[in-house]
Design a protein around this ligand. Structure first.
Ligand SMILES: [Zn+2]
Length: 51
């Protein structure tokens, strides 16, 4: 699991892990924790709402 303190949305990519797609941190190559994924989803929603 990724343990980076601050993750920007542009540093996240979606990778296929087994049977599911998991948000992954590009910088370290590790999947996001649940907490990070939740935060990332919020950022993404915020971004989409602005457009
Ligand atoms: Zn990371």
């Amino acid at each position: 699991m990724c343990s980076c303190p601050n993750i920007q949305f542009y540093e996240v990519e979606f990778k296929l892990w087994g049977m599911q797609v998991v948000p992954t941190h590009k910088n370290c190559g590790d999947p996001l924790t649940d907490e990070q994924a939740t935060k990332f989803n919020k950022e993404l929603t915020k971004m989409w709402n602005m457009e």
